[in-house]
Design a protein around this ligand. Structure first.
Ligand SMILES: Nc1ncnc2c1ncn2[C@@H]1O[C@H](COP(=O)(O)OP(=O)(O)O)[C@@H](O)[C@H]1O
Ligand SMILES: Nc1ccn([C@@H]2O[C@H](COP(=O)(O)O)[C@@H](O)[C@H]2O)c(=O)n1
Length: 207
């Protein structure tokens, strides 16, 4: 592929609806034209720690993620090379032996809570979207998701939220909103904003 891809970043707090927004964009633009790269896939492996220790880590600080690898991957894709995306296990807090091979695409969607707080990563993005959802709504969604899908219990989710998620959100995620080109209030339910974003992407692709 000789043309450089269009790289679209989708940031926002945990549970804000990033994945929902991204899925809507992919459905509208067409799966075969888009590659999704999630910062979540680049969480550092903690298999060297006992399980109890892993659960006590701060996963909301930039140092918890191997952002340098994600940047190398984006550079490789921009230059026409394939990459091997890590597979992360949120139940065990570990990275799998397996990877997923991804080929260069015309559009690359990048999502994650901290993608705009990393200058090197931010620099690579052509369009930056921030999904803005109230903290109480995000906490309720996260409670449900983490208990149903990530092997957590009520008190674990609440402790983690109070100790790490909320303070790191205020320190890193919320201030990074200033770098967004478009702020999407309420996330995936905001169909007007989604239509505008999709029209913008289509316009960029045809220009
Ligand atoms: N508008 C919405 N209404 C109800 N539930 C939603 C809505 N948007 C997202 N969710 C649910 O909330 C949870 C978190 O949403 P998700 O899109 O995964 O957020 P993020 O990727 O920002 O963490 C998911 O279980 C999702 O199904
Ligand atoms: N082992 C891990 C790794 C990350 N988290 C939490 O995931 C959140 C980011 O993912 P979203 O899909 O919600 O954007 C982040 O807030 C971390 O606290 C975790 O709980 N365990």
């Amino acid at each position: 592929m000789s043309e450089k891809p269009l790289i679209i970043g989708v940031a926002g707090g945990s549970g804000s609806g990033k994945t929902t927004v991204v899925s809507n964009i992919i459905q509208s633009i067409g799966e075969n034209r888009v590659l999704l790269l999630q910062h979540d896939s680049y969480y550092r492996d903690l298999s060297h720690l006992p399980f109890e220790e892993r659960t006590k880590q701060n996963f909301d600080h930039p140092s918890a993620l191997e952002t340098e690898l994600m940047i190398r991957h984006l550079d490789a894709l921009r230059n026409g090379y394939k990459i091997d995306i890590p597979v992360y296990d949120f139940v065990k807090h570990t990275r799998s032996e397996k990877t997923i091979t991804a080929l260069p695409h015309r559009i690359i969607l990048v999502d994650g809570i901290l993608i705009f707080s990393e200058p090197e990563l931010r620099k690579l993005m052509d369009i930056k979207l921030f999904v803005d959802t109230d903290g109480d709504v995000r906490l309720l969604r996260r409670l449900q998701r983490d208990i149903n899908e990530r092997g957590r219990d009520l008190s674990g989710v609440l402790n983690q939220y109070e100790k790490f998620v909320r303070p790191m959100h205020l320190e890193f995620v919320e201030p990074s909103k200033r770098y967004a080109d478009i702020i999407i209030p309420r996330g995936g339910e905001n169909l007007v904003a989604l239509e505008m974003v999709i029209a913008l992407i289509e316009g960029k692709l045809s220009s």
